[in-house]
Design a protein. Structure first.
Length: 263
C-alpha cells in the first residue's frame, strides 16, 4: 500500500496474512470504503489476489504493485470462471507458498460461495481465515435509506437467493416464505421478480405491500425504484441486472431516510 490508513499501534496488532494461507475477504457492496480493517490488511500483505467482478478497482489499487491480480468473477447468465477451478487455484497458490487473498463482493458467506471455497481449502489441508464483509442485502438497503429492521415495522428479516445453482427460481416453500418475516430481501432475483411477486401474493402477502429494487448498490450509479409487490415485475424491467429487492413496510422509510442523494 502506498500509505498506511491506520495508526501503527493498531495496524501492527492485526493478524498478518502469512505464506501458504488463504484469506477469504468480503469487500462489501460497491463503495470501497466499506471494506474492513482486516480486509485492508490482507490487501497490504497479499502476493496474489483472486477477485470477483464486483470489486471496485480502487480497492485493487491498494494492494502492492507486485501482487498478482487474477479475475475470478461469476455472474448469472454470463460466461464465468467455474467454481471448481477457482477453488483449485486457491489450493495450488497456497501450496506454492503464496499469501493468497480471495476478495469477494459483499460477504463471502452470504450467497457468495465462500463456504464452498472454504470447504475445498479445509479438505486440502490449506490454512485459511474468513473475514466477513457487509452483505449487499444490508449495506445496499442502508445506502437506499431502507433499514432491514425497525421496531415499528418488523421483528425479523429473511434473506433469500433469487435463483438456485441451476439458474432457476429456488424450489422453496413459498407459502411459508410469504407468511414468515415481515421484511424479505432477495439477492439475484431480478430475473424472476414477477414470479416471486406472484408466489408471495398467492401465499398471502398484500399486492400493495411496499417493495424496492436497489441496483448498483452503494455505487455512484446506484438506482432505487420504489414500487409495490404487484408492481415488482414492471419495475424489474426498468432496473439494471445487478440488484437486490426489498419487500416490506420498511421500504416506506426510504422517503425519509434516503441520505445518499443529499451527499
Amino acid at each position: 500500500m502506498s500509505s498506511n490508513p491506520l495508526p501503527p499501534a493498531f495496524w501492527d496488532q492485526l493478524p498478518a496474512l502469512l505464506p501458504g494461507w488463504v484469506w477469504l475477504v468480503g469487500g462489501g457492496p460497491g463503495d470501497p470504503g466499506l471494506i474492513t480493517a482486516l480486509g485492508l490488511k490482507a490487501l497490504a500483505d497479499s502476493d496474489v489476489i483472486l477477485h470477483d467482478a464486483l470489486i471496485d478497482e480502487r480497492l485493487l489499487a491498494l494492494a502492492p504493485s507486485a501482487a498478482e491480480r487474477i479475475f475470478a468473477g461469476k455472474r448469472a447468465g454470463v460466461k464465468s470462471c467455474k467454481q471448481d477451478e477457482i477453488s483449485d487455484t486457491l489450493v495450488t497458490l497456497a501450496r506454492a507458498g503464496k499469501r493468497v487473498l480471495r476478495l469477494k463482493g459483499g460477504d463471502p458467506f452470504v450467497f457468495g460461495r465462500g463456504g464452498e471455497e472454504a470447504q475445498a481449502l479445509a479438505r486440502a489441508g490449506v490454512p485459511f481465515r474468513i473475514v466477513p464483509g457487509i452483505t449487499a442485502g444490508i449495506g445496499g438497503a442502508a445506502y437506499a435509506g431502507i433499514p432491514v429492521t425497525h421496531r415499528d415495522t418488523n421483528h425479523a428479516v429473511t434473506f433469500i437467493t433469487g435463483h438456485g445453482s441451476d439458474g432457476q427460481l429456488p424450489k422453496l416453500d413459498w407459502n411459508a416464505v410469504a407468511r414468515g418475516s415481515e421484511t424479505l430481501v432477495f439477492y439475484m432475483g431480478r430475473k424472476f421478480a414477477g414470479e416471486i411477486a406472484r408466489l408471495l401474493i398467492a401465499g398471502g402477502r398484500r399486492a400493495d405491500e411496499p417493495a424496492a429494487i436497489i441496483a448498483n448498490a452503494a455505487r455512484p450509479e446506484q438506482q432505487v425504484l420504489v414500487t409495490t409487490l404487484s408492481g415488482l415485475a414492471e419495475a424489474a424491467e426498468k432496473s439494471p441486472a445487478l440488484a437486490v429487492m426489498v419487500i416490506g413496510e420498511n421500504v416506506k422509510l426510504a422517503k425519509e431516510l434516503s441520505w445518499l442523494a443529499k451527499v
